[in-house]
Write a protein that binds this ligand. Sequence first.
Ligand SMILES: Cc1ncc(C[n+]2csc(CCOP(=O)(O)OP(=O)(O)O)c2C)c(N)n1
Ligand code: SF4
Length: 306
Amino acid sequence: MATTSVRQLPKTELIMPGTRSCAGCGLMLTYRHALKALDEGKTIVAVPASCMTVLHGVYPITPVNVICINNPFAATGAAATGIVAGLKATGKTGYTVVAFAGDGGTYDIGIQALSGAFERRVNFIYVCYDNEGYMNTGTQRSSASPVGAITSTTPILAKLQQKKEMVKIVEAHNLPYIATGSPSYPLDLFDKFKFAKNVEGSRYIEVHAPCPPGWGFPNRNLIKMGKLAVESGIHVLFEIRDGKFSLTSRSLALANKGRKKTVSDYIKGQSRFRKISPEQISELQAFTDKRWNELLERHFKDSGDA
Ligand SMILES: Cc1ncc(C[n+]2csc(CCOP(=O)(O)OP(=O)(O)O)c2C)c(N)n1
Ligand code: SF4
């Protein structure tokens, strides 16, 4: 469970009014809490082409009060590596380098640079905010889009394949810290960024970031949609510290007692699933249950309660 209380969250806001992100954006809320946890005036953010670039605004005006470097779409892992090397070469210490990329920039086009940086153990935090599509350019399909979702490149049959399990790929790099998060559970998110900040080496945090226009739900339902994802097991909250796995927050509560909601509960409020077939709903439920059971088993094994 989260150790930080709402009252203990830093009052400082690093994101001022006037961002260009949509109302009800899950990425925006994630970024707000991440910066609260990370920033002590010495944070440098690497951002590829994405909604995150749009959020930052048009040079020379920005509503975000941290140093940000825009890098080419495929190059986030390499750009963060360069920042870390530059700091070392100029003798600057005490900085936190953090990369913030979408699922397109992580699961697809950025995976090579990311894997290279992780293999070299570069000292930075990589955040993938997963809004399950290429949202900035008009909701194209990515390998993180779920089965049954309509995107602008899967308009007729909806997406036929299950989502790529990116965290499993990241785990193969044996990082000291890997976590998942959700803007609907901000204290859990804050604690994970706070912990990650003090770990040495490459760290990975993947956040499920609901996107009202891309998923087709009203702006006001952002928090509800993120919660439904966790309560149905579509997105599971956990962390892996030096290989030791534990469920956290609402996912931990669901493991100990409580019933998961169904994927139908989750998809019914999103118009991107309007063409999903009954077979695809069963496939998505089976995929979700299998993954949940694997993670549950791992949690109880690693916590010694198996
Ligand atoms: C090499 C290259 N190809 C395509 C683009 C166009 N482009 C800019 S942002 C973007 C989508 C990014 O998707 P994602 O990484 O998922 O982030 P999101 O937009 O969802 O925040 C694309 C295709 C580009 N900038 N560079
Ligand atoms: S398109 Fe989606 S991810 Fe992009 S700014 Fe809007 S709500 Fe956020």
